[in-house]
Design a protein around this ligand. Sequence first.
Ligand code: FAD
Length: 382
Amino acid sequence: MNNKPTIAVIGAGLGGAAAGALLQQAGYPTKVYEQAPAFSRLGAGIHLGPNVMKVMRRIGIEDQLNAMGSHPDHWFSRNGMTGEYQSRIPLGEFARENYGASYITVHRGDLHELMVSTLDQDNLFFDKRLVDVDETGEKVVMTFADGSTEEADLVIGADGVNSRLREKLLGSEAPIYSGWVAHRAIISAEKLKAYDLDFEACVKWWSEDRHMMVYFVTGDEKEYYYVTGVPEPDWNHGTSFVDSSREEMREAFKGYHPTVQALIDCTESVTKWPLLERNPLPLWHENRLVLLGDACHPMKPHMAQGAAMAIEDAAMLVRCLEQVGADDYQTAFELYRTNRFERASRVQQVSHDNTWLRADEDPAWVFGYDVFEVPLKEPEAS
Ligand code: FAD
């Protein structure tokens, strides 16, 4: 008989899906609860560095992702106005040889759908918004917005930047609006053929206070994507995103290189998202509750490593439960925090500063990381 504890994962985002898949693979009876009634293919892309692809290998979807994604040979950083190259970071074959897996860019919806498909579908529940947890009894009792209750031995909060579980541990506190927004748009590559310009597979166009990151989101290079970082002092919309416009983009990127102007001209629809952060949290777990991903370290997306950190967290959490034995979950949770806090906080800081790969630098500390092999640090005795 399986004597592993029952685990509930709150949130089936990228971190929650990774946690659910790895826990189920390791034999933990795991249920995943997601507030959304269903997922849709929102217009957005995502980078998956070799550090994440190693987790995808373990989940069993590395080959599918390699077939699905675009494989840039370089990350280029260019001066937004003049086009001059500021950095040329080798990826492609170099990444496979030196960091142990591919560097790909994909459509976020395609990635998410594939990850969610790896979960045991009988234990994945949509339309389940957690509103409360009660830990006073033998088991954690979760209450959902539809009035239903469920029990589990351990509960993982993978419920994103506005995490209900984080609020339970640390009290109610809104995330910090960073003062920057991101515009996101997907462009048909067909339209770009009208221009005598080179549309590179992965390039970030920079000026002093803003940037535009551009890449393909499909292996056949039919869909090209941009995501920006642009200062905007206030965000009073009260929603997670709003529609933007070509006119707003032209204004924000006035004077930028003709390649960027072509992308704006080809934009059919573009959305605008507030970029939210939190300072590193003093607490990642308490009793039978533990947090991962944006629930405990949301960050500006400027290193393209936010989801990567959530996915690495998931893998480290499962590794620590296996290493310590889940009966001693408090020791396992502290081992997990000890082995994630420094890296996640460093990535949060570099993302905040928006300096990543702006000039030539060695990205091995991010891309070369292997969450399954990195030697574990013991927690300091308290
Ligand atoms: P989320 O993905 O936010 O998932 C949380 C899930 O929990 C959601 O499905 C939500 O519906 C659910 N949920 C919330 N509350 C409840 C509740 N009470 N009950 C039940 N379910 C609940 N990262 C990268 O690695 N690479 C990139 O290229 C990249 N680009 C980005 C671009 C932009 C513009 C932005 C804003 C972010 C980007 N990120 C990127 C960061 C990345 O999107 C996040 O860090 C990542 O999604 C965090 O994953 P998560 O699973 O922790 O949270």
